[in-house]
Design a protein around this ligand. Structure first.
Ligand code: PRX
Length: 583
Protein backbone atom coordinates (compact mmCIF):
# COMPACT_ATOMS: atom_id res chain seq x y z
CA UNK A 1 0.00 0.00 0.00
CA UNK A 2 1.40 3.39 -0.95
CA UNK A 3 1.01 5.69 2.03
CA UNK A 4 2.78 8.63 0.41
CA UNK A 5 0.05 11.22 0.12
CA UNK A 6 -3.71 11.25 0.47
CA UNK A 7 -5.73 14.01 -1.07
CA UNK A 8 -9.11 14.70 0.47
CA UNK A 9 -11.60 13.47 -2.13
CA UNK A 10 -14.09 15.91 -3.54
CA UNK A 11 -17.44 14.80 -2.19
CA UNK A 12 -20.69 15.45 -3.95
CA UNK A 13 -22.64 18.61 -3.28
CA UNK A 14 -21.42 22.00 -2.14
CA UNK A 15 -18.50 21.93 0.28
CA UNK A 16 -17.43 24.95 2.29
CA UNK A 17 -14.04 26.43 1.49
CA UNK A 18 -11.37 25.60 4.09
CA UNK A 19 -10.73 28.63 6.25
CA UNK A 20 -7.00 28.21 6.72
CA UNK A 21 -4.68 30.98 5.59
CA UNK A 22 -2.31 29.86 2.84
CA UNK A 23 0.50 27.58 4.06
CA UNK A 24 3.52 29.74 4.78
CA UNK A 25 1.31 32.61 5.89
CA UNK A 26 2.99 35.02 8.28
CA UNK A 27 4.84 33.31 11.10
CA UNK A 28 5.86 36.52 12.82
CA UNK A 29 2.99 36.68 15.26
CA UNK A 30 1.09 39.38 13.37
CA UNK A 31 -1.38 36.68 12.42
CA UNK A 32 -2.51 36.53 16.07
CA UNK A 33 -2.97 40.29 16.09
CA UNK A 34 -5.40 40.00 13.19
CA UNK A 35 -7.31 37.23 14.94
CA UNK A 36 -7.71 39.19 18.13
CA UNK A 37 -9.86 41.52 16.12
CA UNK A 38 -12.28 38.71 15.25
CA UNK A 39 -13.13 38.29 18.93
CA UNK A 40 -15.44 40.79 20.55
CA UNK A 41 -13.64 41.59 23.84
CA UNK A 42 -15.24 43.30 26.81
CA UNK A 43 -15.42 47.08 27.05
CA UNK A 44 -12.10 48.50 28.23
CA UNK A 45 -10.00 45.80 26.50
CA UNK A 46 -10.86 42.97 28.89
CA UNK A 47 -11.04 39.40 27.66
CA UNK A 48 -13.06 36.55 29.12
CA UNK A 49 -13.47 33.09 27.57
CA UNK A 50 -17.10 32.90 28.71
CA UNK A 51 -17.92 36.12 26.91
CA UNK A 52 -16.24 34.95 23.68
CA UNK A 53 -17.87 31.51 23.75
CA UNK A 54 -21.34 32.27 25.04
CA UNK A 55 -22.35 35.84 25.81
CA UNK A 56 -21.32 37.47 22.56
CA UNK A 57 -23.42 34.94 20.64
CA UNK A 58 -26.31 35.14 23.10
CA UNK A 59 -26.36 38.92 22.68
CA UNK A 60 -26.39 38.75 18.88
CA UNK A 61 -28.05 36.97 15.98
CA UNK A 62 -27.01 33.50 17.27
CA UNK A 63 -28.96 33.86 20.55
CA UNK A 64 -31.54 31.24 19.59
CA UNK A 65 -29.10 28.93 17.80
CA UNK A 66 -28.55 25.50 19.38
CA UNK A 67 -25.20 25.55 21.13
CA UNK A 68 -25.40 22.19 22.90
CA UNK A 69 -27.11 18.97 21.96
CA UNK A 70 -26.69 16.77 25.01
CA UNK A 71 -27.29 13.06 24.81
CA UNK A 72 -27.25 11.33 28.20
CA UNK A 73 -26.03 7.80 28.72
CA UNK A 74 -29.62 6.59 28.99
CA UNK A 75 -30.59 8.15 25.71
CA UNK A 76 -32.16 11.37 27.03
CA UNK A 77 -31.61 14.37 24.78
CA UNK A 78 -31.58 18.03 25.82
CA UNK A 79 -30.76 21.06 23.76
CA UNK A 80 -29.52 24.44 24.93
CA UNK A 81 -29.28 27.60 22.84
CA UNK A 82 -26.54 30.18 23.35
CA UNK A 83 -29.14 32.29 25.19
CA UNK A 84 -29.91 29.33 27.49
CA UNK A 85 -26.25 28.80 28.29
CA UNK A 86 -25.82 32.51 29.00
CA UNK A 87 -28.77 32.61 31.37
CA UNK A 88 -27.76 29.46 33.23
CA UNK A 89 -24.09 30.38 33.49
CA UNK A 90 -25.01 33.89 34.68
CA UNK A 91 -27.08 32.26 37.39
CA UNK A 92 -24.29 29.93 38.41
CA UNK A 93 -21.88 32.89 38.52
CA UNK A 94 -24.30 34.57 40.93
CA UNK A 95 -24.35 31.39 43.04
CA UNK A 96 -20.57 31.57 43.26
CA UNK A 97 -20.64 35.27 44.16
CA UNK A 98 -23.13 34.52 46.91
CA UNK A 99 -20.68 31.92 48.27
CA UNK A 100 -17.94 34.55 48.35
CA UNK A 101 -15.94 33.21 45.41
CA UNK A 102 -13.40 35.74 44.21
CA UNK A 103 -11.26 36.27 41.16
CA UNK A 104 -8.42 33.72 41.10
CA UNK A 105 -10.17 31.19 43.39
CA UNK A 106 -10.05 27.64 42.07
CA UNK A 107 -13.24 25.77 41.33
CA UNK A 108 -12.76 22.11 40.50
CA UNK A 109 -15.33 19.88 38.86
CA UNK A 110 -15.50 16.13 39.32
CA UNK A 111 -18.39 15.36 37.03
CA UNK A 112 -19.67 13.25 34.20
CA UNK A 113 -20.34 15.01 30.91
CA UNK A 114 -23.66 16.57 31.96
CA UNK A 115 -24.94 20.02 30.98
CA UNK A 116 -24.26 21.33 34.49
CA UNK A 117 -20.55 20.83 33.90
CA UNK A 118 -20.62 23.18 30.91
CA UNK A 119 -22.84 25.72 32.64
CA UNK A 120 -20.63 25.77 35.73
CA UNK A 121 -17.49 26.00 33.63
CA UNK A 122 -18.66 29.29 32.17
CA UNK A 123 -20.24 30.50 35.40
CA UNK A 124 -16.87 30.13 37.12
CA UNK A 125 -15.04 31.98 34.35
CA UNK A 126 -17.60 34.77 34.60
CA UNK A 127 -16.55 35.53 38.17
CA UNK A 128 -12.86 35.29 37.26
CA UNK A 129 -12.35 31.93 38.98
CA UNK A 130 -9.93 29.33 37.65
CA UNK A 131 -11.66 26.11 36.56
CA UNK A 132 -10.12 22.67 36.94
CA UNK A 133 -12.11 19.81 35.42
CA UNK A 134 -11.18 16.35 36.69
CA UNK A 135 -11.58 13.06 34.84
CA UNK A 136 -14.74 11.44 36.15
CA UNK A 137 -13.24 7.92 36.11
CA UNK A 138 -10.59 8.87 38.66
CA UNK A 139 -10.54 7.20 42.05
CA UNK A 140 -9.99 9.10 45.30
CA UNK A 141 -6.18 9.40 45.19
CA UNK A 142 -5.72 11.43 41.99
CA UNK A 143 -8.67 13.64 42.98
CA UNK A 144 -7.19 14.29 46.43
CA UNK A 145 -3.75 15.12 45.00
CA UNK A 146 -5.13 17.58 42.47
CA UNK A 147 -7.50 19.31 44.87
CA UNK A 148 -4.79 19.62 47.50
CA UNK A 149 -2.16 20.96 45.11
CA UNK A 150 -4.47 23.53 43.55
CA UNK A 151 -5.92 24.68 46.89
CA UNK A 152 -9.39 24.46 45.35
CA UNK A 153 -12.10 26.31 47.30
CA UNK A 154 -15.17 24.89 45.61
CA UNK A 155 -15.83 21.38 44.36
CA UNK A 156 -18.73 20.69 42.05
CA UNK A 157 -19.64 17.03 41.76
CA UNK A 158 -22.45 14.48 41.49
CA UNK A 159 -23.82 12.04 44.10
CA UNK A 160 -22.07 8.84 42.98
CA UNK A 161 -18.78 10.61 42.42
CA UNK A 162 -19.11 12.40 45.75
CA UNK A 163 -19.43 9.01 47.44
CA UNK A 164 -16.40 7.66 45.60
CA UNK A 165 -14.12 10.34 47.07
CA UNK A 166 -15.81 10.68 50.48
CA UNK A 167 -12.80 9.21 52.28
CA UNK A 168 -10.38 11.88 51.03
CA UNK A 169 -12.51 15.01 51.47
CA UNK A 170 -11.64 15.34 55.18
CA UNK A 171 -7.97 15.66 54.06
CA UNK A 172 -8.87 18.79 52.10
CA UNK A 173 -9.66 21.55 54.57
CA UNK A 174 -9.26 24.29 51.95
CA UNK A 175 -12.44 23.13 50.21
CA UNK A 176 -15.09 25.42 51.62
CA UNK A 177 -18.09 24.20 49.66
CA UNK A 178 -19.03 20.95 47.96
CA UNK A 179 -21.84 21.55 45.48
CA UNK A 180 -23.68 18.44 44.31
CA UNK A 181 -25.66 18.38 41.06
CA UNK A 182 -28.24 15.67 40.95
CA UNK A 183 -28.41 15.36 37.18
CA UNK A 184 -28.02 11.82 35.98
CA UNK A 185 -28.70 10.25 39.36
CA UNK A 186 -32.35 10.01 38.31
CA UNK A 187 -33.83 9.87 41.78
CA UNK A 188 -32.94 12.87 43.83
CA UNK A 189 -30.43 11.67 46.37
CA UNK A 190 -30.25 13.05 49.88
CA UNK A 191 -27.38 15.47 50.36
CA UNK A 192 -24.61 14.67 52.78
CA UNK A 193 -24.29 17.01 55.73
CA UNK A 194 -22.66 20.28 54.73
CA UNK A 195 -23.07 19.78 50.97
CA UNK A 196 -24.98 22.29 48.87
CA UNK A 197 -27.53 21.38 46.23
CA UNK A 198 -26.82 22.75 42.76
CA UNK A 199 -30.52 22.69 41.94
CA UNK A 200 -31.51 24.57 45.11
CA UNK A 201 -28.84 27.20 44.64
CA UNK A 202 -29.80 27.72 41.00
CA UNK A 203 -33.52 27.95 41.74
CA UNK A 204 -33.06 31.21 43.65
CA UNK A 205 -30.05 32.65 41.84
CA UNK A 206 -30.55 36.03 40.14
CA UNK A 207 -30.18 36.18 36.36
CA UNK A 208 -28.58 39.61 36.07
CA UNK A 209 -24.80 39.48 36.10
CA UNK A 210 -21.93 41.76 35.32
CA UNK A 211 -19.15 39.55 34.00
CA UNK A 212 -15.74 39.86 35.71
CA UNK A 213 -13.28 42.19 34.02
CA UNK A 214 -10.55 39.64 33.42
CA UNK A 215 -7.55 40.62 31.37
CA UNK A 216 -5.92 38.40 28.80
CA UNK A 217 -3.24 37.18 31.20
CA UNK A 218 -5.57 36.29 34.05
CA UNK A 219 -5.68 32.57 34.78
CA UNK A 220 -8.77 30.75 33.55
CA UNK A 221 -8.41 26.97 33.24
CA UNK A 222 -6.01 24.42 34.69
CA UNK A 223 -5.35 20.80 33.83
CA UNK A 224 -3.06 18.40 35.61
CA UNK A 225 -0.57 16.63 33.42
CA UNK A 226 1.87 13.84 34.10
CA UNK A 227 5.61 14.13 34.37
CA UNK A 228 8.25 11.51 35.09
CA UNK A 229 9.52 12.51 38.48
CA UNK A 230 6.83 14.02 40.69
CA UNK A 231 3.08 13.97 41.00
CA UNK A 232 1.17 15.52 38.06
CA UNK A 233 1.52 19.29 37.65
CA UNK A 234 -1.25 21.81 37.09
CA UNK A 235 -0.66 23.53 33.74
CA UNK A 236 -2.37 26.91 33.98
CA UNK A 237 -3.91 28.69 31.01
CA UNK A 238 -5.04 32.30 30.61
CA UNK A 239 -8.07 33.87 29.00
CA UNK A 240 -5.79 34.80 26.10
CA UNK A 241 -5.73 31.13 25.02
CA UNK A 242 -9.14 31.65 23.47
CA UNK A 243 -7.52 33.49 20.55
CA UNK A 244 -5.80 30.31 19.41
CA UNK A 245 -8.61 27.98 20.42
CA UNK A 246 -10.89 30.08 18.23
CA UNK A 247 -8.32 30.20 15.40
CA UNK A 248 -7.65 26.47 15.35
CA UNK A 249 -11.39 25.79 15.51
CA UNK A 250 -11.59 27.66 12.24
CA UNK A 251 -8.39 26.55 10.57
CA UNK A 252 -7.85 23.00 11.77
CA UNK A 253 -11.30 21.75 12.79
CA UNK A 254 -12.50 23.71 9.77
CA UNK A 255 -15.66 24.75 11.60
CA UNK A 256 -18.31 26.60 9.61
CA UNK A 257 -21.58 28.16 10.68
CA UNK A 258 -23.78 25.17 9.86
CA UNK A 259 -21.58 22.46 11.31
CA UNK A 260 -22.62 19.97 13.95
CA UNK A 261 -19.45 19.14 15.79
CA UNK A 262 -18.62 16.24 18.09
CA UNK A 263 -15.50 15.95 20.24
CA UNK A 264 -15.31 12.60 21.99
CA UNK A 265 -12.85 13.68 24.71
CA UNK A 266 -13.79 14.10 28.37
CA UNK A 267 -13.31 17.64 29.75
CA UNK A 268 -11.16 16.05 32.48
CA UNK A 269 -8.44 16.06 29.81
CA UNK A 270 -7.34 19.12 27.89
CA UNK A 271 -8.88 18.08 24.56
CA UNK A 272 -12.28 17.99 26.24
CA UNK A 273 -12.04 21.64 27.25
CA UNK A 274 -9.99 23.29 24.49
CA UNK A 275 -11.89 21.40 21.78
CA UNK A 276 -14.94 20.08 23.63
CA UNK A 277 -15.91 23.53 24.94
CA UNK A 278 -13.83 26.51 23.90
CA UNK A 279 -13.01 26.09 20.20
CA UNK A 280 -16.48 25.16 18.92
CA UNK A 281 -18.41 27.67 20.99
CA UNK A 282 -16.03 30.57 20.34
CA UNK A 283 -16.84 29.83 16.69
CA UNK A 284 -20.58 29.87 17.42
CA UNK A 285 -20.98 26.25 16.31
CA UNK A 286 -23.50 23.64 17.50
CA UNK A 287 -21.84 20.80 19.36
CA UNK A 288 -22.93 17.38 20.50
CA UNK A 289 -21.95 16.12 23.93
CA UNK A 290 -22.42 12.39 24.40
CA UNK A 291 -22.30 11.27 28.00
CA UNK A 292 -21.96 7.57 27.26
CA UNK A 293 -18.69 5.69 26.96
CA UNK A 294 -17.24 3.89 23.96
CA UNK A 295 -19.32 1.41 22.04
CA UNK A 296 -18.93 1.23 18.27
CA UNK A 297 -22.64 1.03 17.43
CA UNK A 298 -23.54 3.81 19.90
CA UNK A 299 -20.89 6.09 18.44
CA UNK A 300 -22.04 5.55 14.86
CA UNK A 301 -25.57 6.19 16.07
CA UNK A 302 -24.56 9.53 17.56
CA UNK A 303 -23.10 10.57 14.20
CA UNK A 304 -26.21 9.43 12.35
CA UNK A 305 -28.78 10.79 14.82
CA UNK A 306 -27.30 14.27 15.15
CA UNK A 307 -25.89 14.46 11.61
CA UNK A 308 -22.42 15.21 12.87
CA UNK A 309 -20.33 16.98 10.24
CA UNK A 310 -17.00 17.54 12.03
CA UNK A 311 -15.63 14.89 14.35
CA UNK A 312 -12.60 15.12 16.66
CA UNK A 313 -11.53 11.84 18.21
CA UNK A 314 -8.49 9.76 19.13
CA UNK A 315 -6.44 7.01 17.45
CA UNK A 316 -7.32 4.42 20.11
CA UNK A 317 -11.01 5.06 19.45
CA UNK A 318 -10.45 4.60 15.72
CA UNK A 319 -8.57 1.36 16.39
CA UNK A 320 -11.44 0.20 18.59
CA UNK A 321 -13.87 0.97 15.77
CA UNK A 322 -11.59 -1.03 13.46
CA UNK A 323 -11.69 -3.92 15.91
CA UNK A 324 -15.48 -3.85 15.98
CA UNK A 325 -15.29 -4.54 12.24
CA UNK A 326 -16.18 -2.93 8.93
CA UNK A 327 -19.69 -4.42 8.97
CA UNK A 328 -20.95 -2.31 11.88
CA UNK A 329 -20.72 1.11 10.18
CA UNK A 330 -22.63 -0.23 7.16
CA UNK A 331 -25.78 -0.14 9.28
CA UNK A 332 -25.50 3.62 9.82
CA UNK A 333 -25.74 6.67 7.64
CA UNK A 334 -22.45 8.46 8.18
CA UNK A 335 -22.75 10.64 5.09
CA UNK A 336 -23.07 13.84 7.15
CA UNK A 337 -19.37 13.61 8.10
CA UNK A 338 -17.31 16.22 6.30
CA UNK A 339 -14.09 16.45 8.30
CA UNK A 340 -12.49 14.01 10.78
CA UNK A 341 -9.54 14.61 13.07
CA UNK A 342 -7.65 12.85 15.81
CA UNK A 343 -5.21 13.69 18.59
CA UNK A 344 -3.37 12.31 21.56
CA UNK A 345 -1.16 9.60 20.11
CA UNK A 346 0.31 8.71 16.75
CA UNK A 347 -2.36 8.06 14.17
CA UNK A 348 -1.12 4.97 12.39
CA UNK A 349 -1.45 4.87 8.59
CA UNK A 350 -3.51 1.66 8.80
CA UNK A 351 -6.18 3.55 10.76
CA UNK A 352 -6.36 6.22 8.05
CA UNK A 353 -6.53 3.61 5.32
CA UNK A 354 -9.27 1.74 7.20
CA UNK A 355 -11.23 4.95 7.60
CA UNK A 356 -11.09 5.88 3.89
CA UNK A 357 -13.87 3.56 2.67
CA UNK A 358 -15.84 3.76 5.94
CA UNK A 359 -15.96 7.55 6.23
CA UNK A 360 -15.21 8.35 2.57
CA UNK A 361 -12.39 10.63 3.67
CA UNK A 362 -9.08 10.59 5.49
CA UNK A 363 -8.66 11.21 9.20
CA UNK A 364 -6.49 14.25 9.94
CA UNK A 365 -3.91 13.96 12.69
CA UNK A 366 -3.20 16.91 14.96
CA UNK A 367 -0.50 17.38 17.59
CA UNK A 368 -0.48 19.41 20.77
CA UNK A 369 -0.20 19.04 24.54
CA UNK A 370 -1.85 20.13 27.76
CA UNK A 371 0.85 22.78 28.04
CA UNK A 372 0.31 24.15 24.54
CA UNK A 373 -3.41 24.73 25.18
CA UNK A 374 -4.31 24.36 21.51
CA UNK A 375 -3.24 22.57 18.33
CA UNK A 376 0.20 23.57 17.04
CA UNK A 377 0.92 20.99 14.34
CA UNK A 378 -1.68 19.49 12.10
CA UNK A 379 -2.85 18.08 8.82
CA UNK A 380 -5.38 20.69 7.99
CA UNK A 381 -8.35 20.31 5.70
CA UNK A 382 -6.77 22.03 2.71
CA UNK A 383 -3.59 19.99 2.90
CA UNK A 384 -2.48 16.70 1.38
CA UNK A 385 -2.00 14.16 4.14
CA UNK A 386 1.11 12.06 4.58
CA UNK A 387 -0.30 9.19 6.62
CA UNK A 388 1.76 8.69 9.76
CA UNK A 389 2.85 12.33 9.90
CA UNK A 390 1.44 14.81 12.42
CA UNK A 391 1.38 17.44 9.67
CA UNK A 392 2.83 20.94 9.63
CA UNK A 393 2.93 23.78 12.14
CA UNK A 394 -0.10 26.03 11.84
CA UNK A 395 0.51 29.64 10.76
CA UNK A 396 2.02 31.67 13.57
CA UNK A 397 3.88 28.66 15.00
CA UNK A 398 7.54 27.91 14.56
CA UNK A 399 8.48 24.32 15.39
CA UNK A 400 12.01 22.95 15.36
CA UNK A 401 13.97 19.76 15.92
CA UNK A 402 16.89 20.24 18.32
CA UNK A 403 19.93 18.21 19.31
CA UNK A 404 20.75 17.36 22.93
CA UNK A 405 22.33 20.81 23.36
CA UNK A 406 19.12 22.43 22.10
CA UNK A 407 20.58 23.58 18.77
CA UNK A 408 18.45 23.20 15.62
CA UNK A 409 18.98 20.13 13.46
CA UNK A 410 18.45 19.95 9.69
CA UNK A 411 15.56 18.15 7.99
CA UNK A 412 15.56 14.39 8.38
CA UNK A 413 17.42 14.28 11.71
CA UNK A 414 15.79 12.91 14.88
CA UNK A 415 15.75 15.18 17.92
CA UNK A 416 13.73 17.09 20.50
CA UNK A 417 10.54 18.61 19.16
CA UNK A 418 10.55 22.25 20.29
CA UNK A 419 8.40 25.33 19.73
CA UNK A 420 9.30 29.01 19.75
CA UNK A 421 7.38 30.43 22.74
CA UNK A 422 4.80 33.15 22.48
CA UNK A 423 1.79 31.40 20.97
CA UNK A 424 -1.43 32.71 22.55
CA UNK A 425 -2.62 29.50 24.21
CA UNK A 426 0.72 28.71 25.87
CA UNK A 427 0.48 27.68 29.53
CA UNK A 428 1.67 30.41 31.92
CA UNK A 429 2.96 28.28 34.77
CA UNK A 430 2.74 24.97 36.55
CA UNK A 431 0.68 25.67 39.62
CA UNK A 432 3.02 26.48 42.51
CA UNK A 433 6.02 25.11 40.62
CA UNK A 434 7.62 27.95 38.62
CA UNK A 435 10.97 26.15 38.59
CA UNK A 436 9.49 23.20 36.78
CA UNK A 437 7.89 25.63 34.33
CA UNK A 438 11.19 27.39 33.66
CA UNK A 439 12.90 24.05 33.12
CA UNK A 440 10.75 23.53 30.01
CA UNK A 441 12.42 26.42 28.18
CA UNK A 442 15.93 26.19 26.71
CA UNK A 443 17.84 28.52 24.40
CA UNK A 444 14.68 30.37 23.42
CA UNK A 445 12.64 27.22 22.77
CA UNK A 446 9.86 25.42 24.63
CA UNK A 447 10.97 21.78 24.87
CA UNK A 448 7.96 19.54 24.36
CA UNK A 449 9.35 16.25 25.71
CA UNK A 450 8.60 14.52 22.40
CA UNK A 451 11.08 13.21 19.86
CA UNK A 452 10.38 13.78 16.21
CA UNK A 453 11.89 14.66 12.87
CA UNK A 454 10.87 17.04 10.12
CA UNK A 455 11.07 15.92 6.48
CA UNK A 456 12.33 18.02 3.55
CA UNK A 457 8.80 19.29 2.89
CA UNK A 458 8.17 20.49 6.44
CA UNK A 459 5.98 17.60 7.65
CA UNK A 460 6.68 16.54 11.25
CA UNK A 461 6.85 12.85 12.23
CA UNK A 462 6.45 11.70 15.83
CA UNK A 463 9.01 9.20 17.13
CA UNK A 464 8.33 8.92 20.86
CA UNK A 465 8.77 10.67 24.17
CA UNK A 466 12.06 11.67 25.72
CA UNK A 467 10.86 10.73 29.20
CA UNK A 468 9.18 7.77 30.93
CA UNK A 469 5.65 9.18 30.77
CA UNK A 470 3.23 6.53 29.54
CA UNK A 471 0.65 7.22 26.84
CA UNK A 472 -2.26 4.82 27.19
CA UNK A 473 -5.31 5.34 24.96
CA UNK A 474 -4.14 8.93 24.40
CA UNK A 475 -3.96 9.70 28.12
CA UNK A 476 -0.67 10.48 29.79
CA UNK A 477 0.10 8.53 32.93
CA UNK A 478 2.89 9.35 35.33
CA UNK A 479 4.83 6.22 36.32
CA UNK A 480 5.70 8.00 39.56
CA UNK A 481 2.03 8.44 40.46
CA UNK A 482 1.31 4.75 39.85
CA UNK A 483 4.42 3.62 41.74
CA UNK A 484 3.54 5.82 44.75
CA UNK A 485 0.07 4.31 44.83
CA UNK A 486 1.39 0.73 44.61
CA UNK A 487 3.73 1.39 47.52
CA UNK A 488 0.69 2.08 49.67
CA UNK A 489 -0.32 -1.57 49.35
CA UNK A 490 0.83 -3.49 52.43
CA UNK A 491 2.53 -6.24 50.41
CA UNK A 492 4.55 -3.97 48.11
CA UNK A 493 8.17 -3.14 48.94
CA UNK A 494 9.27 -1.68 45.59
CA UNK A 495 7.48 -0.78 42.40
CA UNK A 496 8.69 0.23 38.95
CA UNK A 497 6.20 1.15 36.22
CA UNK A 498 6.67 1.27 32.44
CA UNK A 499 4.56 1.66 29.31
CA UNK A 500 4.37 -1.65 27.46
CA UNK A 501 3.59 -1.35 23.72
CA UNK A 502 0.06 -2.43 22.89
CA UNK A 503 -1.57 -2.64 19.46
CA UNK A 504 -4.85 -1.07 20.62
CA UNK A 505 -4.04 1.34 23.45
CA UNK A 506 -0.54 2.27 22.15
CA UNK A 507 0.85 1.47 25.59
CA UNK A 508 -0.52 -0.23 28.67
CA UNK A 509 0.72 0.31 32.21
CA UNK A 510 2.95 -2.54 33.37
CA UNK A 511 4.22 -2.72 36.96
CA UNK A 512 7.17 -4.65 38.32
CA UNK A 513 6.74 -5.29 41.99
CA UNK A 514 9.06 -6.63 44.70
CA UNK A 515 7.20 -7.91 47.74
CA UNK A 516 7.86 -7.30 51.40
CA UNK A 517 9.16 -10.15 53.53
CA UNK A 518 6.38 -12.50 54.46
CA UNK A 519 4.50 -12.13 51.14
CA UNK A 520 4.77 -14.64 48.30
CA UNK A 521 3.93 -13.98 44.64
CA UNK A 522 0.60 -15.49 43.65
CA UNK A 523 -2.20 -14.88 41.16
CA UNK A 524 -4.46 -13.97 44.02
CA UNK A 525 -2.07 -11.29 45.27
CA UNK A 526 -1.71 -9.99 41.72
CA UNK A 527 -5.49 -9.67 41.45
CA UNK A 528 -5.68 -8.02 44.84
CA UNK A 529 -3.06 -5.39 43.94
CA UNK A 530 -4.80 -4.75 40.61
CA UNK A 531 -8.14 -4.23 42.37
CA UNK A 532 -6.48 -1.94 44.90
CA UNK A 533 -4.99 0.17 42.08
CA UNK A 534 -8.27 0.39 40.18
CA UNK A 535 -10.13 1.55 43.24
CA UNK A 536 -7.57 4.11 44.27
CA UNK A 537 -6.77 5.59 40.86
CA UNK A 538 -8.85 4.52 37.85
CA UNK A 539 -9.06 1.46 35.65
CA UNK A 540 -7.28 3.43 32.93
CA UNK A 541 -4.14 4.05 34.96
CA UNK A 542 -4.11 0.89 37.05
CA UNK A 543 -1.47 -1.59 35.84
CA UNK A 544 -2.79 -3.97 33.23
CA UNK A 545 0.08 -6.32 34.04
CA UNK A 546 1.94 -6.93 37.28
CA UNK A 547 5.16 -8.93 37.32
CA UNK A 548 6.72 -9.97 40.61
CA UNK A 549 10.52 -9.73 40.86
CA UNK A 550 12.73 -10.54 43.83
CA UNK A 551 14.10 -6.97 43.66
CA UNK A 552 14.12 -4.13 41.15
CA UNK A 553 17.17 -2.78 39.32
CA UNK A 554 18.27 0.49 40.97
CA UNK A 555 20.97 3.06 40.55
CA UNK A 556 23.49 3.37 43.34
CA UNK A 557 21.51 6.32 44.62
CA UNK A 558 18.46 4.06 44.96
CA UNK A 559 16.43 5.22 41.92
CA UNK A 560 14.51 2.46 40.18
CA UNK A 561 15.81 2.08 36.62
CA UNK A 562 12.63 2.07 34.56
CA UNK A 563 14.69 2.29 31.39
CA UNK A 564 16.28 -1.05 32.22
CA UNK A 565 12.95 -2.65 33.13
CA UNK A 566 11.61 -1.54 29.78
CA UNK A 567 14.65 -2.74 27.83
CA UNK A 568 14.40 -6.14 29.50
CA UNK A 569 10.67 -6.32 28.88
CA UNK A 570 11.14 -5.57 25.19
CA UNK A 571 14.28 -7.67 24.78
CA UNK A 572 16.28 -4.60 23.79
CA UNK A 573 19.93 -3.83 24.58
CA UNK A 574 20.27 -2.72 28.19
CA UNK A 575 22.45 0.29 27.33
CA UNK A 576 24.65 1.91 29.94
CA UNK A 577 24.29 0.01 33.21
CA UNK A 578 27.35 1.46 34.92
CA UNK A 579 25.23 3.15 37.57
CA UNK A 580 23.40 -0.07 38.38
CA UNK A 581 23.51 -1.05 42.03
CA UNK A 582 25.03 -4.49 42.51
CA UNK A 583 22.85 -6.86 44.46
O1 PRX B 1 3.55 12.66 23.36
C1 PRX B 1 2.64 13.49 22.68
C2 PRX B 1 1.26 12.84 22.61
O2 PRX B 1 0.56 13.29 23.75
C3 PRX B 1 1.37 14.23 24.47
C4 PRX B 1 0.49 15.31 25.06
O3 PRX B 1 -0.42 14.74 25.94
P1 PRX B 1 -1.44 15.62 26.76
O4 PRX B 1 -0.71 16.75 27.38
O5 PRX B 1 -2.19 14.70 27.63
O6 PRX B 1 -2.37 16.21 25.66
C5 PRX B 1 -3.08 15.30 24.85
C6 PRX B 1 -4.02 15.99 23.92
C7 PRX B 1 -3.55 17.22 23.31
C8 PRX B 1 2.36 14.75 23.48
O7 PRX B 1 3.50 15.29 24.09
N1 PRX B 1 0.56 13.28 21.41
C9 PRX B 1 -0.42 14.20 21.29
N2 PRX B 1 -0.83 14.29 20.01
C10 PRX B 1 -0.09 13.42 19.30
C11 PRX B 1 0.80 12.77 20.20
N3 PRX B 1 1.70 11.86 19.78
C12 PRX B 1 1.72 11.55 18.47
N4 PRX B 1 0.89 12.13 17.56
C13 PRX B 1 -0.03 13.05 17.93
N5 PRX B 1 -0.84 13.59 17.04
Amino acid sequence: MDYQVIRKPKTEGPQPEPQLPAPGASCDGSIWQALQEELSWLPGGFLNKAHECIDRHALGPLAGKTALIWEGKNGEIETYSFADLKRESDKFANVLLSLGVEKGDRLFMFMERVPELYIAFFGALKVGAVVGPLFSAFGPDPVRDRLADSGARILLTQPALRRRIAEVLPDLPRIQHVIVANKGSRDAEPLLAGDLSYEDLMSTAPVELEIAKTNMFDHSVMHYTSGTTGKPKGAVHCHQAIIQQYATGKWVLDLHEDDVYWCTADPGWVTGTSYGILAPWSNGVTQVVYEGGFKASAWYEVIERHKVTVWYTAPTAIRMLMKAGAEVPKHYDLSSLRHILSVGEPLNPEAIMWGLPVFKQPIHDSWWQTETGAILISNYASMDIRPGSMGKPIPGIQAGILDDHYNPLPAGRDGHLAIRPGWPSMFRTYWSDPEKYNSRFRKGWYITGDRAYCDEDGYFWFLGRTDDVINTTGHLVSPFEVESMLLEHPAVAEAGVIGKPDPLAMEVVKAFVALKDGYEPSDQLRREITGFARKKMAALVAPREIEFLPSLPKTRSGKIMRRLLKARELGLPEGDTSTLEED
